[in-house]
Design a protein around this ligand. Structure first.
Ligand code: ACO
Length: 381
């Protein structure tokens, strides 16, 4: 029987990884790679990262402006209420925690999916937009609770309830460590959470928008986003940087250690970015903060940064490469009181703010993502 040739219907092939190809329109956030600048709805997050809270960034990403005092209080209350765990999810936590090691992003991904089911998330095409928005906010707010509870349970400790008097950052630290943090440490975590709350059309944002574009529920999309973020080339780099700094150990070993790694064809964690070719503005803020709170390791990291940037650019001159957010993030987050095993999950806690804003945008102007692939396999006989 004659076969219909579909080849002619294909558009020109996109570059690998879709680099530089706009596949959606967004008003949530944008990254200017050549200028080393990014913004949330027109506001530069580095301008309020040291003074504001994570809830400010979250509100901005959703509402389009920073909150005034009354809105700040109301939104923080809303998030705190959403941290209440459905009993069925609470009962499932010990079993979920036993699936992997403390701080596992894979376990968190599974728990976010379970949270979606427990909260009754359904295909957004079959329910009110307000209901979908409510559900995604609940899943997002629960992520900090889940990450902390799963960490403690996996270590044989009791989980700790969030406090009605604290914001997300301080509550997260309370739920991890069992005591409220001092305000300086909570503020350091807020700085990180603000800076990491969104970042253009990154891999995880694209992934969740693909998932929700089929009409799938927001629990499915957000657990998919955590899965994407867990990859070592994306958010999974954050906990590999401290290991790298520890292995290097001393400034005298930096150059040789980095050279050896590159000679083996391995990647330098905390370097390079799909979009930035100028210094990553998040790195600038976190470097300064790391120097204040962990001066010894920050000094080593600065030598690693200078040397790594030089070596990477000597070896590959096609585009300029700099350090990324991950190089100093671990130092700041650890100072705040987050154990190294939880770094990746903490990134997911932050990114929930941007992911949920992106899901709403996708839902409000949806077209199912269904690209094509050029078939290069064996043709049927
Ligand atoms: N170490 C060594 N070589 C690198 C690095 C690096 N960190 N970054 C780029 N390169 C080189 C490689 O030779 C690579 O070529 P290959 O794919 O043939 O091996 C080439 O540059 C790719 O160049 P780019 O176009 O600059 O980067 P790409 O968009 O492919 O990847 C990425 C970006 C994944 C972030 C990469 O730089 C990397 O793997 N970095 C290390 C992991 C890391 O720090 N991830 C966190 C990123 S920030 C974030 O997601 C939150």
């Amino acid at each position: 029987m004659p076969r219909v040739l579909t080849e002619g219907a294909l558009r020109p092939e996109a570059p690998r990884g879709l680099e530089g190809v706009p596949v959606a329109r967004t008003a949530v956030s944008d990254v200017h790679g050549l200028e080393g600048f990014y913004h949330y709805r027109g506001v530069d997050p580095t301008t309020f990262a040291r003074s504001g809270t994570f809830e400010d960034a979250w509100y901005l990403l959703h509402k389009g402006e920073l909150p005034g005092e009354a809105d700040r209080v109301a939104f923080a209350d809303r998030i705190r209420r959403a941290m209440h765990m459905p009993p069925v999810l609470r009962d499932a936590l010990p079993a979920l925690a036993s699936l992997g090691p403390p701080g596992s992003m894979d376990v968190l991904r599974t728990a976010v999916s379970a949270a979606g089911v427990a909260l009754g998330c359904r295909p957004w095409t079959e329910q009110d937009r307000a209901m979908t928005e409510e559900q995604m906010l609940n899943v997002a707010a629960l992520t900090a609770v889940l990450a902390a509870a799963l960490y403690r349970l996996a270590r044989g400790e009791q989980r700790v309830e969030p406090s009605p008097d604290l914001g997300v950052a301080a509550n997260y630290l309370l739920m991890i460590n069992g005591h409220a943090p001092d305000p300086m440490r909570a503020a350091a975590l807020d700085t990180y959470l603000v800076l990491a709350a969104d970042h253009g059309f990154c891999n995880s944002t694209f992934a969740e928008r693909v998932i929700v574009s089929s009409g799938a529920d927001v629990g499915a999309a957000l657990s998919g986003a955590v899965g994407s973020l867990s990859g070592p080339l994306h958010g999974g780099a954050i906990d590999r940087v401290p290991t790298m700094l520890e292995a290097i150990g001393d400034v005298s070993r930096v150059e040789q250690w980095l050279r050896d790694r590159l000679d083996r064809g391995e990647r330098l964690m905390g370097f390079g970015h799909a979009v930035y070719q100028a210094p990553d503005p998040r790195t600038t803020v976190l470097r300064a903060l790391a120097k204040e709170v962990d001066s010894e390791r920050a000094a080593l990291a600065e030598v690693v940064e200078k040397t790594g940037v030089r070596l990477l650019n000597e070896r590959k001159a096609d585009k300029h490469r700099e350090a990324n957010i991950e190089l100093y993030a671990g130092m700041v987050v650890e100072y705040a009181g987050v154990p190294e095993e939880l770094f990746g999950c903490t990134f997911a806690v932050a990114r929930m703010a941007g992911w949920t804003a992106n899901l709403l945008e996708q839902i409000d102007d949806n077209r199912i993502f269904r690209p094509a692939a050029r078939y290069v396999g064996r043709e049927p006989a």
